[in-house]
Design a protein. Structure first.
Length: 556
């Protein structure tokens, strides 16, 4: 029999973001909502100003006389105009289609064609020249007011119209958005969410996140991704906090300090970079010594939190991929308790969370949110059922059927274990499990997590289909640069031996391959949400993976 954890009851009544906009326009018209940095200065938008501009967007869209439910794309990094445009699309009765600001030519063209996009709003991008060239000429565009965007109608010109006066209220079962998955295994799939599915998650997240109008959040993870869209943007319409944006990668630290977030959500790679930044200024041995002195510990911990801009935060979270337990424990020592959560595009990023933080549950993705049913199949697959599950994959009915069990549970593809309190630990992805030449199956995720304990490793991928034994590919971290190759090899070998000593014979690594090239979104080895594209990586390094080596640690 499958294990399951039964959902607790929550309110089934879901308000739309538009009903909340109308509320804040009346009750908090002049209060600040969005803060957008421009050339080092913050431009603040009140609720009334956000509503006014969103209503102007709606007027312009309705003047296009498109069919109800037409798809409008937002192709931009996070900014105030992103929120405003999203509200404008809702007001006009259309469907938003976010595109990652890092998307490449094939993804851009695929999404525009597949969704039959009628208009695209363009903002700051990662590689604007190539990305703008990839937009089909037949697709009209509007450009947000930022440097480097040469294509499309000017934003201010677009807003030069009368704001929509009506207060339309869409039915909760109306399609609100189509969010395309990040495509770690081929072409992205269009995940269809209604106002009911996405907004039920956003509305109910407030109790877990304890979000209110007194809070400040930094919106910097891609709004084209489900987590930022639901737990930051959509949730902000219900909780009413102030939202701050980042001007650029170079100003990130400045912008965090300007925000002084009270709630802060990040991803493993950025938490690791924060840790590395601290250790670059204070070696681990010195930090450990100081943290053992009771009076000094609080002073040092607060100084580190202040340096990161996170001293005002009361809630810290991590998602998208597993965060090494050693890193969570490291942050715990300096007063930053990172709660891991789990979700996916198909269930509105609202599956489980380790809230409140519990040190004894580090390494878990928490337990089911209120209103969510989670169970484990006989194969150990995590399956979830809730009001926030997607409606379908856009134009792909066969894949939609494949995604659900006959009794309506979403098949997540994640393998896990569940304890008697309902806390879940992910043990790997079903599709990532590979078979060695000996016919034995290996789950790479736990091995990768064990290797990541070594701070010299920034990225790692364990593979081994049809090999006698698995091998590990890895990219070194910034702190590794202070050591010579011999010392790095010695430190890696120590980790290698320790990890292998705890593995069964068929799981033991044959060697580790250190590669020079970082895995990035730009070179196609990471998804826009910083997940490794395992099949692309294996093809890219195929020759190295299948070569024979005599040493435990190999530099290529």
């Amino acid at each position: 029999m499958p294990l399951d954890f039964t959902a607790t009851e929550v309110s089934a009544v879901t308000k739309t973001p538009l009903s909340m906009l109308y509320k804040w326009e009346q009750e908090r018209a002049d209060e600040p909502f969005l803060h957008q940095p421009r050339e080092g200065k913050l431009q603040t938008y009140s609720w009334a100003e956000v509503g006014n501009q969103a209503r102007r967007v709606a007027t312009r869209l309705q003047q296009m006389d498109l069919e109800p439910g037409s798809r409008i794309a937002i192709f931009a990094k996070n900014c105030a105009e992103w929120f405003i445009t999203d509200l404008g699309i809702m007001l006009a009765g259309y469907v938003s289609v976010p595109i990652f600001g890092s998307a490449g030519e094939s993804t851009i063209q695929y999404v525009v064609k597949h969704a039959d996009v009628k208009l695209m709003f363009i903002g700051k991008l990662d590689n604007s020249e190539a990305q703008l060239a990839a937009i089909p000429d037949a697709c009209p565009t509007v450009r947000f007011p930022y440097p480097g965007i040469s294509k499309g109608q000017d934003w201010q010109e677009f807003l030069d119209c009368e704001p929509l006066e009506d207060n339309p209220e869409p039915h909760v079962d109306t399609v609100m958005t189509i969010i395309y998955t990040s495509g770690s295994t081929g072409q992205p799939k269009g995940v269809v969410h209604t106002y009911q599915t996405a907004c039920w998650a956003a509305q109910n997240s407030l109790s877990s996140l304890t979000m209110s109008a007194k809070d400040r959040l930094l919106s910097y993870l891609p709004l084209a991704h489900i987590t930022e869209r639901v737990l930051v943007e959509l949730a902000s319409f219900y909780g009413g906090p102030q939202i701050f944006f980042v001007e650029s990668l170079d100003t990130f630290q400045r912008d965090v300090h300007a925000c002084q977030p009270t709630l802060f959500i990040s991803v493993p790679r950025l938490w690791t970079k924060f840790q590395m930044g601290v250790l670059a200024k204070m070696p681990q041995k010195k930090l450990d010594f100081l943290l053992r002195i009771p009076i000094i510990k609080n002073i040092i911990s607060r100084k580190i939190r202040q340096g990161l801009g996170l001293d005002k935060a009361r809630f810290w979270a991590s998602g998208s991929a597993p965060l090494a337990p050693s890193i969570i424990r490291w942050f715990h020592k300096i007063g930053i308790d990172i709660s891991e959560g789990w979700g996916m595009t198909e269930n509105s990023a609202y599956g489980s969370a380790s809230v409140p933080f519990r040190e004894d549950k580090i390494g878990c993705i928490g337990k089911a949110y209120q209103g969510v049913d989670i169970r484990l199949s006989t194969e150990g697959e995590i399956q979830v059922k809730s009001p926030c599950n997607m409606v379908e994959y856009y134009l792909e009915p066969e894949k939609t059927v494949e995604a659900f069990t006959t009794d309506g549970f979403l098949k997540t593809g994640d393998k896990g274990e569940m304890d008697d309190e309902g806390y879940i630990r992910i043990t790997g992805r079903l599709k990532d499990i590979f078979k060695t030449a000996k016919g034995k199956y290996v789950t790479p995720s736990p091995i990768e997590a064990a290797l990541m304990v070594n701070s010299l490793i920034e990225q790692v991928c364990v593979t081994g289909t049809n090999l006698p034994q698995p091998v590990g590919l890895l990219v070194l971290s910034e702190p590794a640069k202070q050591y010579g190759k011999a010392e790095i090899s010695q430190k890696l070998e120590k980790t290698f031996d320790k990890v292998n000593s705890k593995l069964e014979s068929h799981q033991k690594l044959d060697h580790l391959i250190v590669v020079d090239e970082p895995w990035t979104i730009e070179n196609g080895l990471l998804t826009p949400t910083l997940k490794v594209k395992r099949h692309v990586l294996e093809a890219h390094y195929d020759e190295m993976i299948h070569a024979s080596y005599h040493d435990k640690i190999v530099f290529v």
